[in-house]
Design a protein around this ligand. Sequence first.
Ligand code: FES
Ligand code: FE
Length: 427
Amino acid sequence: VEERLRATVRPETGEIPLFTYADPEVYKLELERIFGRVWLFVAHESELEEEGAFVVRQMGEQSVIVARGDDGEIRVFLNACRHRGMKLTCEDRGVTSYWRCPYHGFTFANHGNFMGTPFERAAYPPDGLDRERLRLIEARCDSYAGLIFATWTREGEGPSLPDFLGDMRWYLDIFAGRARMELLGEAQRWVVPSSWRLPSENFASDAYHTATAHAFLSRLGLVRSVDFGKDGYHVDAGGHGLGMGVHDDDPGSYFPDELEAEYRSRLDDDQLALLHRIKNFHGNVFPNLSFLIPNFIPVDGRLVTGMMLRVWQPMGPDRMQAWSWFLVEKDAPEWWKTLGRRMYVQTFSSGGMFDQDDTEVWEAQTAVAVAARSRSDEVMLDYTMGLDAEPLTDFPGPGTVYAGKFSEAAGRSYYRRWLDLLLEEGR
Ligand code: FES
Ligand code: FE
């Protein structure tokens, strides 16, 4: 399959073969060389404020425990007992100083050390089991703008988290670091018969579909009409990607005035000026963390938006689980949190108006790709939008930035990074 990928995937000329969307061999490589290596989002710091707090998440298909130990450190462990590999915890979250395996009782402290097991003296040599050797398997973790990431690579192997995020950091500052943020409520989770990659690249690079796939929403007057053209930017951030709609001038912030001082203290002047101009903001951190500030919509006489954080967890070549959170400023006034959450639920959530449209598309694309497995020729897909466009030279933020939203540059760059990892180039 590596040979086939090398011969057919051509991000530079905007040609991606359909078979890659749902191919079992490609998927196996993705689990090993992408999910087994890169930095993956696992939790938000607001979920782990208390000592002993933990949440159970996934890195690729593997279950992991993200925990704040009694020593205050946040760590990420493989959710697997060192005795027979039973899941150490089957809970989604909790607060504990230790996990006791439900199978035979091997017990591990919340900082990962093996502590003991029932009848240890009778069952094992008199001085017991080797505590060091039985420590939980640990991934490396680090955080940026409140977002906690983990990787299975060892120290010195592969990029640091800041290097991995690269040009995306400047934009994540605006989205996730402009204030002290929190995930409000539990994640909504739902399974979709779709490749995990389709929504990821959509959020990185695809503002274009909005005018067609979501057309009826504006026709029904449920959202303001979708605007295109010059009033926006498209950013290729080296495999990460984002786009935004902006006002031409600075209309003054749509965000609550009460938070302006906090924004000012955390953002530089260029970031703050951009925040003031934002109409909408969508992006994807490679490989599968998406974020969104949907359009501001008038509710009860106020303009509000419902900020979303979303992970697309792989469950197979043609199946994924969406995890969706509402992310909001912790010290925001109550009206902003309440209306924002209402807006989030209505637009982008398991029952969200936009998700209804998108999910149907991703499902159908995946079904088409699965059916195409039996074809012997390649069906090549077109990723050429904006191929000849000149990047802007005067945009204040990093990355390769294009005026307007008619571009698939971030999609091409997503596939460049994806291919390099799968072929183990540029590691
Ligand atoms: Fe965990 Fe045996 S599998 S104690
Ligand atoms: Fe959409």
